[in-house]
Ligand binder design. Structure first.
Ligand code: UDP
Length: 334
């Protein structure tokens, strides 16, 4: 029996595949390679290139393979882009998940773990955020993830598909051994952007707003190490296999760092004088997102060991400094 990883060539999906294979699982990957990289595919996993919105393609994968559970990362995930192209997000994230749940129901596959986001909360009323906080997304990305959760809830009632939704806070870092890491085109995430500035690939980092109601005026986020995040998925899978009920968990560090603090950490780790300039606020950004992950610790037994800012930046720097062009060699896409 296999675990089907949708989006297994992407940043988070590829880290999941490597860890699942480390733990002895048989893994099937589906990815349309729109944002993923073929170089990030695990060489020993079975790979199908295709789009989850194509129901016949997905049915073929389920027919060919003996799939016991699904981990679903195949989604668009950029807040800024989602404000400009909301329908792209509803199509890929919501409709893609609808097709997936349909095929899972047809094939009687009962377990799904999928990525949700802190963006479902919008601007939270209480920090650290509990899973019981009101969900009021400020951007289409968060709205589509919330819709995916609701769809899973109703599919679970009708078809008995048990799900775990993991609401990620800010995922960063890279696999400790350094074979895979983060490579988005274009890059929009804070830590890789800071490290690109450290590498001299950018002249500076623009701080998106320094007039927020936070101690230093810059946005506060909760950064979680990608390898700890993947452990949460593996534990969630085990929880479902052990008969756990469908549920939602925050995955973060319970600690917030401002944009300026993260730039300072990167200056320490890299030893580079990274230039930062103040810019306008980015539309759709809440000021502060910090998780309470007590529920994941208590119910799933999640025990993050790498989730602290220095380790996250160190592992990310190991990847970026060894692969300044990401998965391309010397800036040439293979
Ligand atoms: N950010 C910034 N400059 C950048 C990229 C991001 O100041 O070039 C800020 C952004 O406004 C947010 C934080 O860094 O407060 C994290 O942003 P990112 O895009 O990494 O993740 P998000 O919070 O959108 O999931």
């Amino acid at each position: 029996m296999s675990v089907l990883v949708l989006g297994g060539a992407g940043y988070i999906g590829s880290h999941a595949v490597y860890k699942l294979m480390d733990s002895g699982e048989d893994v099937i990957i589906v990815d349309n390679l729109e944002t993923g990289h073929k170089e990030a595919l695990h060489p020993e996993a079975t790979f199908y290139q295709g789009d989850i919105r194509k129901i016949d393609f997905l049915r073929t994968v389920f027919k060919n393979e003996s799939i016991e559970s699904v981990i679903h990362f195949a989604a668009n995930s950029l807040v800024g882009e989602s404000m400009e192209k909301p329908l792209k997000y509803f199509d890929n994230n919501v409709y893609g998940t609808q097709v997936l749940l349909q095929v899972m129901a047809e094939e009687n596959v009962k377990h799904i773990v999928f990525s949700s986001t802190a963006a479902v909360y919008g601007e939270p009323e209480t920090v650290p955020i509990l899973e019981t906080e009101k969900t009021k997304p400020l951007n289409p990305y968060g709205e589509t993830k919330l819709t995916m959760e609701k769809m899973c809830h109703w599919a679970s009632k009708a078809h008995g598909t048990k799900y775990v939704s993991l609401r990620y806070f800010n995922v960063a870092g890279a696999r400790e051994s350094g074979e895979i890491g983060e490579d988005h085109r274009p890059e929009t995430h804070l830590i890789p952007i800071i490290l690109e500035a450290a590498l001299g690939k950018r002249s500076h980092v623009t701080i998106f707003g320094n007039d927020y109601d936070t101690p230093d005026g810059t946005c506060i986020r909760d950064y979680v190490h990608v390898e700890d995040l993947i452990d949460a998925h593996i534990l969630a899978l085990q929880y479902l296999r052990d008969g756990g009920n469908s549920d939602v968990f925050n995955i973060g560090s319970n600690q917030g760092f401002s944009v300026k603090e993260m730039i300072n950490t990167a200056r320490e780790v890299t030893g580079k004088g990274i230039v930062a300039k103040n810019g306008e606020r980015r539309v759709g950004d809440p000021s502060t997102l910090v998780a309470s992950s007590e529920k994941a610790k208590k119910v799933l037994g999640w025990d993050p060991t790498k989730t602290y800012s220095k380790k996250i930046v160190e592992d990310a720097w190991k990847w970026h400094s060894a692969h300044p062009y990401g998965y391309d060699k010397e800036g040439i896409k293979e």
